[in-house]
Design a protein around this ligand. Sequence first.
Ligand code: GLY
Ligand code: MN
Ligand code: MN
Length: 467
Amino acid sequence: MFSKQTYALRRSELRRLLRENGQSGIAVLIGNAEAPRNYYGNTYHMRQDSTFLYYFGLDRHDLAAIIDIDADSDTLYGNDYTVDDFIWMGPQSSVAEQGLTVGVENAKDFAALASDVKKATSQTRKVHYLPPYRAHNRQIVASMLSIPFDDVVNHISTPLIEAVVAQREIKTIEEIAQIDEACNIGNMMHRTAMKMCRPGVTEREVAGQIEGIALKYGKGVSFHSIVSQNGETLHNHSHDGILTDGRLFLVDSGAENVMNYCSDFTRTMPVNGKFSSRQRDIYQIVYNAIITGQQKSKPGITNQSVQIDVAMGMVDGLKAIGLLKGNTEDAVMVGAQALLMPHGLGHQLGLDVHDMEDLGEKFVGYNKSVQRSTIPGLASLRMGKELKVGHVLTVEPGIYFIPALVDKWQSEGKCAEFINFDKVREYFGFGGCRLENDILITEGGCRELGDERPPLQIDEVESFINS
Ligand code: GLY
Ligand code: MN
Ligand code: MN
């Protein structure tokens, strides 16, 4: 955990931001509960809500808190364990004791949350809450406000979301050190995958080894690992394949460190240790794209414009090998390259791998000055707004040959003036190629996170696999 001053300062800054925006009342933050896996007592790995972690730092289930916007006071809600629990769990500190470790003086039973919220509403005070992404927490909101479950989404506090995003999206020095550490774990995971890469090894063996590293040095993976020769399936979570000579192997994975800060890297490598000339061509276009993305990322530039610059370079590269054609700018403006890169260039990263996605991409990635584009590819960008010092985000271009998508676009004649469909079809079976780094926006531009990254250049990748 950070010091109790860190959490107290974060809460008082949240209060300040809300007051500055003319808000009053109370902000209710609800932590996560254990979630049953296949029966009540056998649960998924407990993951605390990231906003609760940010303001209260306590990685214990079934906690909630009220930040009083008007009164400079915070209250923690949760039930103390009893001896009956200690038998199974070992000794546990009380909720009040835990609160003191993060600078919270007031602690009450969980049931008092509903009565305190009811008291606030009876005094016509505003009750602010964030979008609950778990049914259990949505039910808590419904009960405490005495509103129907389906109505909970209609009363979410936009001012609270905006204040939380404004705070959480600018990473402090102590947070950046945590993300660097998560990236160092990610680096070890990816280097291990590269070392294991050879024909006959199963995807599952690689996934198991790298996920073991995430657990050895941190709290495990930051999302389901993508460890696949079928990299054209963007979020492919099957690990059933056997690595085969001649194919590409895509690994997109990251770790959470012990403080729940995340990393997210992608590397693509030739199973047999040597890129074919066709694989080399595609890889080099993606490599140039990630370098362009990183070079263009700096304060004052929108990430949407970075994706456009990256797309221009990719279209030029794809034209040079005959897959696309026509005027580059016109192609990008209609999103022709989205046939081969249907996703966005990146997202914010922090306590979540897609940081704050639960609060809504329109608040995290966009604002009044930068609206989401409707152009294919660009429309999928999760983080479009202006970059600021302290932003942490991914840069993750890719090229994929997805037969169903090619069939669809070709049958519809979509962007036909910019795409050589027959040539694209020759790449069916190629798979996908994605490269992903994590960057911090600095005064002068950006820096790659982690003390070391997995090999990226073609020669480095080949020599690392073969060393
Ligand atoms: N791992 C999912 C992503 O890179 O966004
Ligand atoms: Mn990723
Ligand atoms: Mn990512």
